[in-house]
Design a protein around this ligand. Structure first.
Ligand SMILES: Cc1cc2nc3c(=O)[nH]c(=O)nc-3n(C[C@H](O)[C@H](O)[C@H](O)COP(=O)(O)OP(=O)(O)OC[C@H]3O[C@@H](n4cnc5c(N)ncnc54)[C@H](O)[C@@H]3O)c2cc1C
Length: 488
């Protein structure tokens, strides 16, 4: 039987700065580049078609780069163990190489099964770290130094002249990418390393100087932020590649303030994923476990209101504009994401778990390790972060002062002038007729009263903060998750 090496691709869909691929290419054996669409994830509520479309584009891009070398990614559909078993019936698997996956509990369970199977069959499964995330870290001692070391390490340039092997004859598993995954989605970013680098170049050529002052605006951020999040989440570009480009532009006139802000965020990227790695149960429960009982006693449950939030029909203009924009484009900036969660959990007083998979499905850049810690932080259930209740009216006045973003996504309000646009429920019946608002519109009677609900949320959240059980849990969290280098 022919001996082969497998590179199992997951959220690392690129051909550069790729340690598993590098390991495989260093050996004198045929290499199979494998991507498997697993029903485990295809059916998972965190994912939606937009993610598989992005992955499909990424694979097509990889295949275009591999073509001159006679290589091709083998694309299968099936549970990973069945696929490995099918490959094993045809070849002797010498090694499986992959990146460590800091994923959902379903992929953790799947990885345990893979580890069991590979051990039972004496197949070494060699996993490389994902960015600067340390598997099994007990605390954050020296973590920032580690981040720096990893991000400044040389990038290996891989020689793709290799003995590639494909699995097209594995008929029961081979997947021809469906047409609807290959089609570009209007308004959404398209996957692939080529576009990742184009986006990055464009940031340094044109957009980046505005980054630091545009980051909070729902419209301007779409232009001035890097927009690399889906490319990082699906691994079309590595964080190290991005960071080294940042360092290369450090001295470029006009960029410094933007690059200082961006550099912090690249640290946060791994910092949050590290939190999730160290405490993955936060997929199900509050980081600060004392909040679980508090939420179950106090949170409201109202399907209609939850659906109004999900569909952008709450009657609060900026909330609805953000949600509808997400449905259409898969992207909004950090502040607007935080505001959507704040509105759901604070103003609507709903459990964060009611909305967490909905936003995951909509975010093209869904990354479990950032999404869960951020979601809980904005929901105010960590006990360690400052509580922020974003006022959507104030956010609109400050960051969409002309109402451009709101009018783009809520055409029904296009005739309403500012400042009434930010609080349309204050208009008189005559104004409603004049601005062509239907009299049963949610903008004349939103699902909640903002001021009353904000006050209730403030009282509730601050009284919880004072509870002994919350404080005790907060101490444990600080010891585990706070980066310690600064205090040495
Ligand atoms: C509730 C909530 C959920 C989120 N879920 C995700 C998610 O699933 N995937 C995701 O990539 N980001 C998530 N974020 C973080 C942030 O909003 C996005 O990373 C950012 O808006 C992406 O746009 P950009 O690439 O243009 O960012 P830029 O500002 O250009 O930043 C560059 C990169 O730095 C990282 N980054 C930026 N801000 C943060 C942050 N606050 N925390 C951690 N890393 C950051 C991202 O990888 C980002 O691509 C979430 C934020 C909130 C409040």
């Amino acid at each position: 039987m022919q001996s082969i090496n497998i590179v199992w691709l997951k959220r690392d869909l690129r051909l550069t700065d790729h340690q598993p691929l590098q390991h495989a290419l260093e050996q004198d054996l045929p290499v199979i580049l494998l991507y498997v669409f697993e029903p485990l994830l295809l059916n998972d509520p965190h994912y939606s078609e937009r993610h598989w479309r992005f992955v499909s584009h990424s694979l097509v891009d990889m295949n275009q780069q591999l073509a001159p070398y006679g290589g091709k990614v083998s694309i299968l559909r099936g549970e990973i163990l069945s696929c490995f078993k099918a490959i094993q019936s045809l070849y002797s698997i010498a090694n499986i190489y992959s990146h460590q996956e800091i994923g959902l509990s379903c992929t953790y369970q799947r990885d345990k099964q893979v580890a069991h199977w590979t051990q039972a069959h004496n197949i070494p499964w060699i996993e490389s770290p994902q960015g600067a995330v340390i598997r099994g870290a007990k605390n954050r001692k020296e973590w920032d130094k580690h981040w720096d070391r990893i991000m400044r390490a040389p990038i290996a340039h891989l020689d793709l002249n290799a003995n590639w092997l494909t699995l097209e004859h594995l008929k029961d598993y081979t997947l021809t990418l469906p047409k609807h995954w290959l089609k570009k989605a209007k308004g959404q970013q398209t996957g692939g390393t080529t576009l990742a680098w184009k986006t990055l170049d464009d940031f340094f050529q044109r957009r980046g100087k505005e980054y630091y002052r545009s980051i909070s605006s729902p419209s301007a951020s779409r232009y001035a932020c890097t927009r690399l999040s889906p490319y990082l989440a699906w691994g079309n570009i590595s964080l190290r590649e991005l960071y080294q480009q940042l360092l290369g532009h450090w001295q470029v006139k006009g960029f410094r303030r933007s690059l200082v802000a961006l550099s912090s965020r690249l640290h946060w990227h791994c910092h949050f994923i590290q939190k999730f790695e160290s405490e993955s149960a936060m997929e199900y429960r509050c980081v600060n476990q004392a909040y679980d009982a508090l939420l179950s006693q106090s949170c409201l449950s109202d399907r209609d209101k939850l659906n109004a939030w999900k569909q952008g029909q709450t009657g609060i203009p900026l909330i609805d504009a953000c949600m509808r924009c997400l449905h259409h484009t898969g992207y909004i900036n950090f502040r607007m994401r935080a505001m959507l969660v704040s509105f759901l959990t604070h103003h609507m007083n709903m459990d964060w778990r009611e909305g967490v998979t909905h936003l995951a499905q909509l975010f093209l850049d869904f990354e479990p390790g950032i999404h869960y810690p951020q979601f809980q932080m904005q929901a105010g259930v960590t006990g360690t972060n400052t509580i922020r209740i974003y006022n959507p009216t104030k956010q609109a006045q400050e960051h969409d002062s002309e109402g451009v973003f709101i009018k783009q996504w809520l055409p029904e309000l296009k005739h309403v002038p500012t400042p009434l646009l930010f609080e349309p429920w204050k208009m008189t019946q005559m104004e409603a007729v004049m601005y062509q608002i239907e009299l049963d519109s949610c903008y004349l009677s939103p699902i909640i009263d903002l001021a009353t609900r904000a006050k209730e949320a403030r009282d509730r959240l601050w009284s919880w903060r004072k509870l002994d059980q919350v404080k005790q849990e907060s101490q444990r969290i600080l010891q585990r998750h706070v980066r310690l280098d600064d205090h040495n």
